[in-house]
Design a binder for this molecule. Structure first.
Ligand code: GLU
Length: 589
Protein backbone atom coordinates (compact mmCIF):
# COMPACT_ATOMS: atom_id res chain seq x y z
CA UNK A 1 0.00 0.00 0.00
CA UNK A 2 1.32 3.38 -0.93
CA UNK A 3 1.25 5.57 2.14
CA UNK A 4 0.73 9.06 0.88
CA UNK A 5 0.64 11.15 3.97
CA UNK A 6 2.66 9.44 6.59
CA UNK A 7 5.97 7.72 6.45
CA UNK A 8 4.81 4.30 7.59
CA UNK A 9 7.65 3.92 10.02
CA UNK A 10 8.22 7.16 11.93
CA UNK A 11 11.95 7.57 11.73
CA UNK A 12 12.76 9.84 14.61
CA UNK A 13 9.57 9.71 16.63
CA UNK A 14 9.57 12.17 19.46
CA UNK A 15 12.47 14.18 18.12
CA UNK A 16 12.85 17.57 19.68
CA UNK A 17 13.52 19.30 16.38
CA UNK A 18 16.24 21.78 15.57
CA UNK A 19 19.19 21.89 17.82
CA UNK A 20 20.00 25.53 17.35
CA UNK A 21 17.61 28.17 16.32
CA UNK A 22 19.20 31.50 16.97
CA UNK A 23 19.47 33.88 14.12
CA UNK A 24 22.01 36.27 15.45
CA UNK A 25 24.12 35.90 12.38
CA UNK A 26 22.79 38.50 10.13
CA UNK A 27 24.27 39.61 6.91
CA UNK A 28 24.14 43.23 7.98
CA UNK A 29 26.74 42.68 10.67
CA UNK A 30 29.37 41.75 8.12
CA UNK A 31 31.42 44.68 7.11
CA UNK A 32 34.58 45.11 5.14
CA UNK A 33 33.70 42.37 2.68
CA UNK A 34 35.12 42.97 -0.78
CA UNK A 35 32.52 43.85 -3.35
CA UNK A 36 31.79 41.12 -5.85
CA UNK A 37 32.39 41.78 -9.51
CA UNK A 38 28.87 41.15 -10.60
CA UNK A 39 26.82 44.30 -10.55
CA UNK A 40 23.52 45.34 -11.95
CA UNK A 41 21.18 48.27 -11.88
CA UNK A 42 18.40 46.08 -10.47
CA UNK A 43 18.66 46.63 -6.77
CA UNK A 44 16.13 44.78 -4.71
CA UNK A 45 17.04 45.98 -1.22
CA UNK A 46 15.29 43.25 0.69
CA UNK A 47 16.23 42.97 4.33
CA UNK A 48 18.91 40.37 4.94
CA UNK A 49 19.44 39.86 1.25
CA UNK A 50 22.40 41.06 -0.79
CA UNK A 51 21.74 44.02 -3.04
CA UNK A 52 21.54 43.20 -6.69
CA UNK A 53 21.34 39.94 -8.58
CA UNK A 54 23.30 37.04 -7.14
CA UNK A 55 24.83 34.31 -9.24
CA UNK A 56 24.78 31.09 -7.27
CA UNK A 57 25.63 27.54 -8.17
CA UNK A 58 24.97 24.00 -7.12
CA UNK A 59 28.13 22.01 -7.83
CA UNK A 60 27.60 18.32 -7.09
CA UNK A 61 30.05 15.59 -7.96
CA UNK A 62 28.38 12.81 -9.93
CA UNK A 63 29.79 10.24 -7.54
CA UNK A 64 26.41 9.53 -5.96
CA UNK A 65 22.78 10.56 -6.05
CA UNK A 66 21.04 13.64 -4.76
CA UNK A 67 20.18 13.36 -1.07
CA UNK A 68 18.42 15.46 1.51
CA UNK A 69 21.53 17.50 2.32
CA UNK A 70 22.46 18.22 -1.27
CA UNK A 71 18.85 19.03 -2.15
CA UNK A 72 18.88 21.57 0.66
CA UNK A 73 22.11 23.10 -0.68
CA UNK A 74 20.65 23.32 -4.17
CA UNK A 75 17.47 24.84 -2.79
CA UNK A 76 19.22 27.56 -0.77
CA UNK A 77 21.30 28.55 -3.78
CA UNK A 78 18.24 28.48 -6.01
CA UNK A 79 16.31 30.69 -3.60
CA UNK A 80 19.06 33.26 -3.28
CA UNK A 81 19.35 33.54 -7.06
CA UNK A 82 15.59 33.82 -7.57
CA UNK A 83 15.06 36.18 -4.64
CA UNK A 84 17.58 38.62 -6.09
CA UNK A 85 16.66 38.21 -9.77
CA UNK A 86 19.99 36.53 -10.35
CA UNK A 87 20.95 33.21 -11.92
CA UNK A 88 21.19 29.72 -10.55
CA UNK A 89 23.82 27.54 -12.16
CA UNK A 90 24.30 23.80 -12.15
CA UNK A 91 27.91 22.70 -12.48
CA UNK A 92 29.14 19.13 -12.45
CA UNK A 93 32.34 18.64 -10.52
CA UNK A 94 33.45 15.41 -12.14
CA UNK A 95 37.21 15.66 -11.76
CA UNK A 96 37.48 12.59 -9.59
CA UNK A 97 37.07 10.22 -12.50
CA UNK A 98 37.65 7.09 -10.44
CA UNK A 99 34.52 7.64 -8.35
CA UNK A 100 32.00 8.52 -11.06
CA UNK A 101 28.65 6.73 -10.87
CA UNK A 102 27.23 5.93 -14.31
CA UNK A 103 23.70 7.25 -14.01
CA UNK A 104 24.39 9.91 -11.39
CA UNK A 105 24.19 12.78 -13.84
CA UNK A 106 20.82 11.87 -15.33
CA UNK A 107 19.42 10.96 -11.94
CA UNK A 108 20.56 14.32 -10.67
CA UNK A 109 18.64 16.20 -13.36
CA UNK A 110 15.58 14.01 -12.84
CA UNK A 111 15.60 14.36 -9.07
CA UNK A 112 16.13 18.11 -9.09
CA UNK A 113 13.34 18.56 -11.63
CA UNK A 114 11.11 16.18 -9.70
CA UNK A 115 11.64 18.38 -6.67
CA UNK A 116 10.59 21.41 -8.70
CA UNK A 117 13.94 23.16 -9.17
CA UNK A 118 15.19 24.58 -12.45
CA UNK A 119 18.49 26.17 -13.42
CA UNK A 120 19.45 28.94 -15.79
CA UNK A 121 22.77 27.49 -16.88
CA UNK A 122 24.07 23.95 -16.72
CA UNK A 123 25.52 21.01 -18.64
CA UNK A 124 22.17 20.11 -20.14
CA UNK A 125 20.89 23.64 -20.86
CA UNK A 126 24.15 25.42 -21.73
CA UNK A 127 24.87 29.06 -20.97
CA UNK A 128 27.47 31.69 -21.73
CA UNK A 129 29.98 30.43 -19.14
CA UNK A 130 29.97 26.82 -20.31
CA UNK A 131 30.90 24.06 -20.56
CA UNK A 132 29.46 23.23 -17.15
CA UNK A 133 31.12 19.84 -16.73
CA UNK A 134 34.55 20.25 -15.20
CA UNK A 135 36.00 17.34 -17.17
CA UNK A 136 35.41 19.50 -20.27
CA UNK A 137 37.30 22.49 -18.87
CA UNK A 138 40.73 20.92 -18.35
CA UNK A 139 42.53 23.44 -20.61
CA UNK A 140 41.29 26.28 -18.45
CA UNK A 141 42.64 24.67 -15.28
CA UNK A 142 45.95 23.87 -16.99
CA UNK A 143 46.34 27.46 -18.08
CA UNK A 144 45.64 28.69 -14.57
CA UNK A 145 47.96 26.17 -12.94
CA UNK A 146 50.68 27.18 -15.44
CA UNK A 147 50.12 30.79 -14.58
CA UNK A 148 50.69 30.14 -10.89
CA UNK A 149 53.80 28.11 -11.70
CA UNK A 150 55.15 30.94 -13.90
CA UNK A 151 54.49 33.42 -11.14
CA UNK A 152 56.21 31.07 -8.68
CA UNK A 153 53.08 30.84 -6.57
CA UNK A 154 52.95 27.12 -7.29
CA UNK A 155 55.54 24.52 -8.24
CA UNK A 156 55.80 21.14 -9.87
CA UNK A 157 56.10 18.21 -7.52
CA UNK A 158 57.76 15.15 -9.04
CA UNK A 159 57.42 12.99 -5.94
CA UNK A 160 55.87 9.63 -6.72
CA UNK A 161 52.92 8.36 -4.67
CA UNK A 162 55.22 5.77 -3.11
CA UNK A 163 57.75 8.50 -2.08
CA UNK A 164 54.94 10.43 -0.46
CA UNK A 165 53.60 7.35 1.25
CA UNK A 166 57.03 6.44 2.60
CA UNK A 167 57.49 9.96 3.94
CA UNK A 168 54.12 9.86 5.67
CA UNK A 169 54.85 6.52 7.27
CA UNK A 170 58.23 7.63 8.55
CA UNK A 171 56.92 10.94 9.89
CA UNK A 172 54.10 9.10 11.59
CA UNK A 173 56.51 6.68 13.25
CA UNK A 174 58.56 9.60 14.58
CA UNK A 175 55.50 11.47 15.79
CA UNK A 176 56.12 14.25 13.26
CA UNK A 177 53.53 16.05 11.10
CA UNK A 178 52.69 14.01 8.03
CA UNK A 179 52.24 17.05 5.81
CA UNK A 180 54.23 17.41 2.59
CA UNK A 181 57.86 18.10 3.51
CA UNK A 182 58.46 20.49 0.61
CA UNK A 183 60.85 18.14 -1.23
CA UNK A 184 60.31 19.72 -4.66
CA UNK A 185 60.17 23.29 -3.46
CA UNK A 186 63.87 23.61 -3.97
CA UNK A 187 63.84 22.46 -7.59
CA UNK A 188 64.81 25.43 -9.72
CA UNK A 189 62.34 26.71 -12.32
CA UNK A 190 64.78 25.69 -15.10
CA UNK A 191 65.12 22.13 -13.84
CA UNK A 192 61.40 21.92 -13.31
CA UNK A 193 60.77 23.04 -16.92
CA UNK A 194 63.31 20.60 -18.22
CA UNK A 195 61.91 17.63 -16.31
CA UNK A 196 58.38 18.48 -17.38
CA UNK A 197 59.53 18.82 -21.00
CA UNK A 198 61.14 15.38 -20.96
CA UNK A 199 57.90 13.86 -19.73
CA UNK A 200 58.49 13.29 -16.02
CA UNK A 201 55.16 12.94 -14.30
CA UNK A 202 54.32 15.67 -11.85
CA UNK A 203 51.61 17.22 -9.77
CA UNK A 204 51.37 20.97 -9.17
CA UNK A 205 51.42 22.20 -5.60
CA UNK A 206 50.33 25.58 -4.35
CA UNK A 207 52.79 27.50 -2.19
CA UNK A 208 50.63 28.10 0.82
CA UNK A 209 51.08 31.10 3.09
CA UNK A 210 53.07 30.62 6.26
CA UNK A 211 50.20 31.84 8.42
CA UNK A 212 46.65 30.46 8.28
CA UNK A 213 44.27 32.52 6.15
CA UNK A 214 41.40 34.30 7.85
CA UNK A 215 38.10 33.93 6.14
CA UNK A 216 34.76 35.64 6.55
CA UNK A 217 31.66 33.55 6.44
CA UNK A 218 28.08 34.78 6.47
CA UNK A 219 27.15 32.15 9.03
CA UNK A 220 30.34 31.35 10.93
CA UNK A 221 31.75 34.88 10.72
CA UNK A 222 35.52 35.03 11.11
CA UNK A 223 37.11 31.62 10.66
CA UNK A 224 40.78 30.73 10.93
CA UNK A 225 42.41 27.33 11.23
CA UNK A 226 45.02 26.79 13.91
CA UNK A 227 47.67 25.60 11.45
CA UNK A 228 48.72 26.97 8.07
CA UNK A 229 47.85 24.90 5.01
CA UNK A 230 50.43 22.51 3.65
CA UNK A 231 51.48 23.02 0.04
CA UNK A 232 48.36 21.39 -1.34
CA UNK A 233 47.97 19.90 -4.79
CA UNK A 234 46.03 21.91 -7.36
CA UNK A 235 46.71 19.70 -10.37
CA UNK A 236 47.03 15.94 -9.98
CA UNK A 237 49.49 13.65 -11.73
CA UNK A 238 46.67 12.44 -13.99
CA UNK A 239 46.31 15.97 -15.37
CA UNK A 240 43.01 16.62 -13.62
CA UNK A 241 42.66 19.55 -11.25
CA UNK A 242 41.82 18.94 -7.62
CA UNK A 243 38.41 19.89 -6.30
CA UNK A 244 39.80 22.99 -4.58
CA UNK A 245 41.45 24.36 -7.68
CA UNK A 246 38.71 23.67 -10.23
CA UNK A 247 36.12 24.97 -7.80
CA UNK A 248 37.90 28.30 -7.37
CA UNK A 249 38.77 28.74 -11.04
CA UNK A 250 35.18 28.01 -12.01
CA UNK A 251 33.49 30.10 -9.36
CA UNK A 252 35.59 33.00 -10.60
CA UNK A 253 35.12 32.25 -14.30
CA UNK A 254 31.39 31.79 -13.86
CA UNK A 255 31.10 35.02 -11.87
CA UNK A 256 29.60 33.31 -8.86
CA UNK A 257 28.80 35.92 -6.22
CA UNK A 258 27.65 33.68 -3.36
CA UNK A 259 28.53 30.14 -2.34
CA UNK A 260 26.10 28.45 0.02
CA UNK A 261 27.26 24.98 0.95
CA UNK A 262 27.39 22.51 3.81
CA UNK A 263 29.55 23.30 6.84
CA UNK A 264 31.78 20.35 5.97
CA UNK A 265 33.37 22.62 3.35
CA UNK A 266 34.27 25.35 5.81
CA UNK A 267 37.57 23.65 6.52
CA UNK A 268 38.47 23.83 2.79
CA UNK A 269 37.61 27.48 2.41
CA UNK A 270 40.97 28.87 3.64
CA UNK A 271 42.63 26.99 0.76
CA UNK A 272 40.14 28.53 -1.62
CA UNK A 273 40.70 32.01 -0.26
CA UNK A 274 44.46 31.59 -0.63
CA UNK A 275 43.94 30.68 -4.26
CA UNK A 276 41.70 33.70 -4.84
CA UNK A 277 44.36 35.89 -3.28
CA UNK A 278 47.10 34.36 -5.41
CA UNK A 279 45.16 35.16 -8.56
CA UNK A 280 44.21 38.60 -7.29
CA UNK A 281 40.51 37.74 -7.52
CA UNK A 282 37.66 38.75 -5.23
CA UNK A 283 36.33 35.65 -3.51
CA UNK A 284 32.58 35.11 -3.56
CA UNK A 285 30.73 35.46 -0.29
CA UNK A 286 30.51 32.21 1.59
CA UNK A 287 27.67 30.88 3.72
CA UNK A 288 28.31 27.50 5.30
CA UNK A 289 25.09 25.96 6.52
CA UNK A 290 24.79 23.57 9.45
CA UNK A 291 25.41 19.88 9.03
CA UNK A 292 22.41 17.59 9.01
CA UNK A 293 22.63 15.14 11.88
CA UNK A 294 20.45 12.41 13.32
CA UNK A 295 18.96 12.18 16.78
CA UNK A 296 22.27 10.94 18.13
CA UNK A 297 23.95 14.03 16.71
CA UNK A 298 25.81 12.01 14.13
CA UNK A 299 26.09 12.99 10.49
CA UNK A 300 23.12 11.53 8.59
CA UNK A 301 24.28 8.24 7.22
CA UNK A 302 23.43 7.01 3.77
CA UNK A 303 21.33 4.32 5.41
CA UNK A 304 19.00 6.83 7.08
CA UNK A 305 15.80 6.32 5.09
CA UNK A 306 15.08 10.04 4.94
CA UNK A 307 18.33 10.73 3.15
CA UNK A 308 17.61 9.33 -0.29
CA UNK A 309 15.38 11.02 -2.82
CA UNK A 310 14.11 7.62 -3.88
CA UNK A 311 12.60 7.13 -0.41
CA UNK A 312 10.55 10.33 -0.70
CA UNK A 313 9.50 9.40 -4.21
CA UNK A 314 8.39 5.89 -3.32
CA UNK A 315 6.53 7.08 -0.23
CA UNK A 316 4.51 9.46 -2.39
CA UNK A 317 5.83 12.58 -0.65
CA UNK A 318 4.78 15.68 -2.56
CA UNK A 319 7.78 17.63 -3.90
CA UNK A 320 6.54 20.93 -2.40
CA UNK A 321 6.21 19.20 0.97
CA UNK A 322 9.76 17.91 0.71
CA UNK A 323 11.11 21.33 -0.30
CA UNK A 324 9.25 22.89 2.60
CA UNK A 325 10.70 20.31 4.95
CA UNK A 326 14.21 20.80 3.54
CA UNK A 327 14.19 24.59 3.54
CA UNK A 328 13.62 24.72 7.27
CA UNK A 329 16.69 22.60 7.94
CA UNK A 330 18.90 25.50 8.88
CA UNK A 331 16.91 28.46 7.64
CA UNK A 332 14.00 30.20 9.26
CA UNK A 333 11.36 32.16 7.45
CA UNK A 334 11.21 34.56 10.35
CA UNK A 335 7.56 35.51 10.08
CA UNK A 336 5.99 32.56 11.81
CA UNK A 337 4.64 31.10 8.59
CA UNK A 338 6.19 27.74 8.05
CA UNK A 339 4.07 26.35 5.20
CA UNK A 340 5.41 27.72 1.96
CA UNK A 341 5.35 27.03 -1.72
CA UNK A 342 8.58 27.48 -3.64
CA UNK A 343 7.41 30.92 -4.77
CA UNK A 344 6.63 31.91 -1.21
CA UNK A 345 10.09 30.76 -0.15
CA UNK A 346 11.59 32.98 -2.84
CA UNK A 347 9.44 35.83 -1.61
CA UNK A 348 10.60 35.57 1.98
CA UNK A 349 14.15 34.27 1.52
CA UNK A 350 16.94 35.81 3.55
CA UNK A 351 20.46 34.81 4.49
CA UNK A 352 19.51 34.16 8.10
CA UNK A 353 20.91 30.69 8.54
CA UNK A 354 21.24 28.67 11.69
CA UNK A 355 24.76 28.09 12.92
CA UNK A 356 25.55 24.60 14.17
CA UNK A 357 24.31 21.11 13.48
CA UNK A 358 20.71 20.61 12.43
CA UNK A 359 18.88 17.61 13.83
CA UNK A 360 16.68 16.10 11.16
CA UNK A 361 13.37 14.97 12.60
CA UNK A 362 11.06 13.27 10.16
CA UNK A 363 8.13 14.09 12.43
CA UNK A 364 7.39 17.31 10.59
CA UNK A 365 7.17 15.75 7.18
CA UNK A 366 3.59 14.42 7.51
CA UNK A 367 2.49 17.89 8.59
CA UNK A 368 3.94 19.48 5.45
CA UNK A 369 2.50 16.67 3.37
CA UNK A 370 -0.97 17.37 4.74
CA UNK A 371 -0.65 21.10 4.28
CA UNK A 372 0.57 20.83 0.71
CA UNK A 373 -2.03 18.19 -0.11
CA UNK A 374 -4.71 20.63 1.00
CA UNK A 375 -3.19 23.37 -1.12
CA UNK A 376 -2.77 21.17 -4.14
CA UNK A 377 -6.38 20.02 -4.06
CA UNK A 378 -7.79 23.51 -3.81
CA UNK A 379 -5.45 25.79 -5.71
CA UNK A 380 -6.43 27.34 -9.01
CA UNK A 381 -5.31 26.70 -11.63
CA UNK A 382 -4.75 23.09 -10.60
CA UNK A 383 -1.23 21.70 -10.88
CA UNK A 384 -2.19 18.86 -13.17
CA UNK A 385 1.24 17.27 -13.23
CA UNK A 386 1.39 16.80 -9.49
CA UNK A 387 -2.28 15.97 -9.11
CA UNK A 388 -2.09 13.31 -11.78
CA UNK A 389 1.11 11.71 -10.54
CA UNK A 390 0.29 11.77 -6.84
CA UNK A 391 -3.46 11.32 -6.73
CA UNK A 392 -5.33 10.65 -9.93
CA UNK A 393 -3.17 7.87 -11.38
CA UNK A 394 -2.76 5.96 -8.09
CA UNK A 395 -6.49 6.26 -7.32
CA UNK A 396 -7.37 4.98 -10.76
CA UNK A 397 -5.11 1.98 -10.15
CA UNK A 398 -6.67 1.31 -6.75
CA UNK A 399 -10.15 1.42 -8.27
CA UNK A 400 -9.25 -0.87 -11.13
CA UNK A 401 -7.63 -3.34 -8.69
CA UNK A 402 -10.83 -3.37 -6.65
CA UNK A 403 -12.83 -3.97 -9.80
CA UNK A 404 -10.60 -6.93 -10.62
CA UNK A 405 -11.05 -8.26 -7.11
CA UNK A 406 -14.77 -8.54 -7.76
CA UNK A 407 -14.01 -11.27 -10.24
CA UNK A 408 -11.41 -12.77 -7.95
CA UNK A 409 -8.45 -11.58 -10.08
CA UNK A 410 -6.92 -9.32 -7.46
CA UNK A 411 -7.50 -9.78 -3.78
CA UNK A 412 -5.30 -7.14 -2.22
CA UNK A 413 -7.62 -4.37 -1.14
CA UNK A 414 -9.35 -3.03 1.93
CA UNK A 415 -12.86 -2.75 0.56
CA UNK A 416 -15.38 -5.56 0.72
CA UNK A 417 -16.48 -5.94 -2.93
CA UNK A 418 -19.95 -7.04 -1.80
CA UNK A 419 -20.57 -3.45 -0.69
CA UNK A 420 -20.04 -2.20 -4.19
CA UNK A 421 -22.40 -1.96 -7.14
CA UNK A 422 -21.22 -1.22 -10.66
CA UNK A 423 -18.74 1.49 -11.46
CA UNK A 424 -20.60 4.73 -12.08
CA UNK A 425 -20.83 5.45 -15.81
CA UNK A 426 -18.40 8.38 -15.60
CA UNK A 427 -15.77 5.98 -14.28
CA UNK A 428 -15.95 3.79 -17.33
CA UNK A 429 -13.49 4.88 -19.99
CA UNK A 430 -16.10 4.20 -22.69
CA UNK A 431 -18.72 6.49 -21.22
CA UNK A 432 -16.81 9.04 -19.21
CA UNK A 433 -13.42 10.38 -18.37
CA UNK A 434 -12.25 8.59 -15.21
CA UNK A 435 -9.24 10.85 -14.74
CA UNK A 436 -11.17 14.08 -14.72
CA UNK A 437 -13.90 12.47 -12.60
CA UNK A 438 -11.37 11.35 -9.96
CA UNK A 439 -9.89 14.82 -9.93
CA UNK A 440 -13.30 16.40 -9.42
CA UNK A 441 -14.10 13.93 -6.65
CA UNK A 442 -10.83 14.75 -4.92
CA UNK A 443 -11.32 18.46 -5.17
CA UNK A 444 -14.88 18.19 -3.87
CA UNK A 445 -13.82 16.11 -0.86
CA UNK A 446 -11.98 17.11 2.22
CA UNK A 447 -8.24 16.60 1.80
CA UNK A 448 -7.54 12.92 2.39
CA UNK A 449 -6.01 12.37 5.79
CA UNK A 450 -4.47 8.95 5.54
CA UNK A 451 -3.95 6.72 2.55
CA UNK A 452 -5.42 6.87 -0.91
CA UNK A 453 -6.96 3.45 -0.30
CA UNK A 454 -8.92 4.81 2.60
CA UNK A 455 -9.93 7.82 0.54
CA UNK A 456 -11.41 5.46 -2.04
CA UNK A 457 -13.08 3.44 0.73
CA UNK A 458 -14.58 6.51 2.38
CA UNK A 459 -15.90 7.77 -0.93
CA UNK A 460 -16.75 4.47 -2.56
CA UNK A 461 -20.24 5.51 -3.67
CA UNK A 462 -18.83 8.32 -5.74
CA UNK A 463 -17.11 5.62 -7.79
CA UNK A 464 -19.55 2.72 -7.52
CA UNK A 465 -23.34 2.54 -7.31
CA UNK A 466 -24.96 1.66 -3.98
CA UNK A 467 -26.26 -1.90 -4.14
CA UNK A 468 -29.90 -2.42 -3.22
CA UNK A 469 -28.95 -4.66 -0.30
CA UNK A 470 -26.80 -1.92 1.22
CA UNK A 471 -29.58 0.63 0.82
CA UNK A 472 -32.07 -1.71 2.46
CA UNK A 473 -29.83 -2.41 5.37
CA UNK A 474 -28.94 1.21 5.95
CA UNK A 475 -32.55 2.32 5.72
CA UNK A 476 -32.89 0.96 9.23
CA UNK A 477 -30.81 3.90 10.42
CA UNK A 478 -33.44 6.40 9.36
CA UNK A 479 -36.67 6.87 11.26
CA UNK A 480 -38.93 6.83 8.25
CA UNK A 481 -42.03 6.25 10.36
CA UNK A 482 -41.97 9.82 11.61
CA UNK A 483 -41.31 11.57 8.37
CA UNK A 484 -43.05 14.82 7.48
CA UNK A 485 -43.12 16.52 4.14
CA UNK A 486 -43.91 20.23 4.23
CA UNK A 487 -45.15 19.73 7.78
CA UNK A 488 -47.56 16.92 6.90
CA UNK A 489 -46.98 13.27 7.74
CA UNK A 490 -45.58 11.54 4.70
CA UNK A 491 -44.08 8.25 3.64
CA UNK A 492 -40.49 7.85 2.56
CA UNK A 493 -41.76 7.15 -0.93
CA UNK A 494 -43.65 10.48 -0.99
CA UNK A 495 -40.55 12.30 0.14
CA UNK A 496 -38.39 10.73 -2.49
CA UNK A 497 -40.93 11.47 -5.19
CA UNK A 498 -40.97 15.06 -3.99
CA UNK A 499 -37.17 15.26 -4.25
CA UNK A 500 -37.11 13.54 -7.59
CA UNK A 501 -39.67 15.95 -9.05
CA UNK A 502 -37.79 18.94 -7.70
CA UNK A 503 -34.48 17.84 -9.15
CA UNK A 504 -35.81 16.40 -12.38
CA UNK A 505 -37.29 19.79 -13.21
CA UNK A 506 -34.31 21.79 -12.14
CA UNK A 507 -33.06 23.81 -15.08
CA UNK A 508 -29.45 23.32 -16.16
CA UNK A 509 -26.64 23.62 -15.36
CA UNK A 510 -26.37 20.59 -13.11
CA UNK A 511 -23.75 22.14 -10.88
CA UNK A 512 -23.42 22.29 -7.11
CA UNK A 513 -23.73 26.04 -7.28
CA UNK A 514 -27.01 25.88 -9.15
CA UNK A 515 -28.36 22.91 -7.17
CA UNK A 516 -27.51 24.09 -3.68
CA UNK A 517 -30.38 26.61 -3.18
CA UNK A 518 -32.94 24.01 -4.26
CA UNK A 519 -31.23 21.38 -2.17
CA UNK A 520 -31.50 23.62 0.85
CA UNK A 521 -35.22 24.19 0.28
CA UNK A 522 -35.96 20.55 -0.38
CA UNK A 523 -33.95 19.43 2.65
CA UNK A 524 -35.90 21.84 4.83
CA UNK A 525 -39.22 20.53 3.50
CA UNK A 526 -38.47 17.06 4.84
CA UNK A 527 -38.44 16.72 8.61
CA UNK A 528 -38.17 13.94 11.11
CA UNK A 529 -40.12 14.07 14.28
CA UNK A 530 -38.05 13.51 17.33
CA UNK A 531 -39.90 10.75 19.14
CA UNK A 532 -39.23 12.01 22.66
CA UNK A 533 -39.71 15.75 22.24
CA UNK A 534 -42.27 15.44 19.50
CA UNK A 535 -40.43 18.27 17.70
CA UNK A 536 -39.53 18.31 14.07
CA UNK A 537 -35.86 17.94 13.18
CA UNK A 538 -35.20 20.64 10.64
CA UNK A 539 -33.40 19.91 7.40
CA UNK A 540 -33.98 16.20 7.84
CA UNK A 541 -33.87 16.03 4.07
CA UNK A 542 -30.09 16.18 4.07
CA UNK A 543 -29.80 13.03 6.10
CA UNK A 544 -32.46 11.39 4.01
CA UNK A 545 -30.76 12.36 0.79
CA UNK A 546 -27.39 11.18 2.02
CA UNK A 547 -28.97 7.76 2.49
CA UNK A 548 -30.47 7.91 -1.01
CA UNK A 549 -27.29 8.96 -2.75
CA UNK A 550 -24.47 7.47 -0.66
CA UNK A 551 -26.06 4.87 1.60
CA UNK A 552 -25.34 7.35 4.41
CA UNK A 553 -21.57 7.34 3.89
CA UNK A 554 -19.83 10.55 4.78
CA UNK A 555 -18.28 12.48 1.94
CA UNK A 556 -18.48 15.75 0.09
CA UNK A 557 -21.43 18.15 0.36
CA UNK A 558 -24.57 16.84 -1.33
CA UNK A 559 -24.55 19.54 -4.01
CA UNK A 560 -21.07 18.39 -5.00
CA UNK A 561 -22.15 14.76 -4.86
CA UNK A 562 -25.06 15.47 -7.18
CA UNK A 563 -22.88 17.41 -9.56
CA UNK A 564 -20.35 14.59 -9.60
CA UNK A 565 -22.90 11.84 -10.13
CA UNK A 566 -24.72 13.83 -12.79
CA UNK A 567 -28.43 14.24 -13.22
CA UNK A 568 -29.12 10.82 -14.66
CA UNK A 569 -27.31 8.88 -11.93
CA UNK A 570 -28.85 11.07 -9.21
CA UNK A 571 -32.35 10.40 -10.49
CA UNK A 572 -31.55 6.71 -10.85
CA UNK A 573 -30.45 6.55 -7.21
CA UNK A 574 -33.61 8.38 -6.14
CA UNK A 575 -35.73 5.86 -7.97
CA UNK A 576 -33.95 2.90 -6.46
CA UNK A 577 -34.30 4.40 -2.99
CA UNK A 578 -37.97 5.00 -3.62
CA UNK A 579 -38.42 1.33 -4.35
CA UNK A 580 -36.45 0.28 -1.31
CA UNK A 581 -38.32 2.70 0.93
CA UNK A 582 -41.69 1.58 -0.34
CA UNK A 583 -40.75 -1.99 0.34
CA UNK A 584 -41.50 -2.84 -3.24
CA UNK A 585 -38.07 -3.97 -4.33
CA UNK A 586 -38.12 -7.41 -5.80
CA UNK A 587 -41.87 -7.53 -5.53
CA UNK A 588 -42.36 -6.04 -8.97
CA UNK A 589 -44.34 -2.88 -9.60
N1 GLU B 1 31.69 19.20 -5.57
C1 GLU B 1 31.47 19.60 -4.21
C2 GLU B 1 30.39 18.66 -3.67
O1 GLU B 1 30.32 17.59 -4.14
C3 GLU B 1 31.04 21.02 -4.18
C4 GLU B 1 31.27 21.72 -2.89
C5 GLU B 1 31.07 23.20 -3.08
O2 GLU B 1 29.91 23.59 -3.16
O3 GLU B 1 32.01 23.92 -3.22
O4 GLU B 1 29.65 18.91 -2.79
Amino acid sequence: MRAFLLPRRPICAGCAGWRLSSFRHQLSTLSGQPQTRYSSSKSLSKPNLPQGPCRTRFAPSPTGYLHLGSLRTALFNYLLARATNGQFILRLEDTDQSRLVGDAETRLYDDLRWAGLSWDEGPDVGGRFGPYRQSQRLKLYDAHADRLVQEEKAYRCFCSPSDLEAHKKQAHEHGLPTTYPGTCLSISPEESEERAARGDRYAVRFKSAKAPAVIQDLVYKRYRKAEPEEDFIIRKRDGFPTYHFANVVDDHAMEITHVIRGAEWLISTPKHVELYNAFGWQPPKFAHVGLLVNMERQKLSKRHPGVNMSWYQSEGVLPPALLNFAVLLGWHQGRGKDVMSLDEMVESFSLKFTKGDIVVSMDKLPYFQRQHTGRLLTEDPPNMTLLTAHFVDPIETIISNIESSKSGEHMDNNIDPSLLGDLVPTMSPEQGNPQSYILKALRASRPPTSTLESFVGDNKYLFWTVPQTVLEERLNDIDIENLALESKPATAGDSITFLETAFRNKPAPWTAENLNPLLKKAAAAITFVDKTSGRAVETGGYSFLRWVLLGRDKGPGLGDVMELLGKEETIRRLQLASKVASGRVGGGD
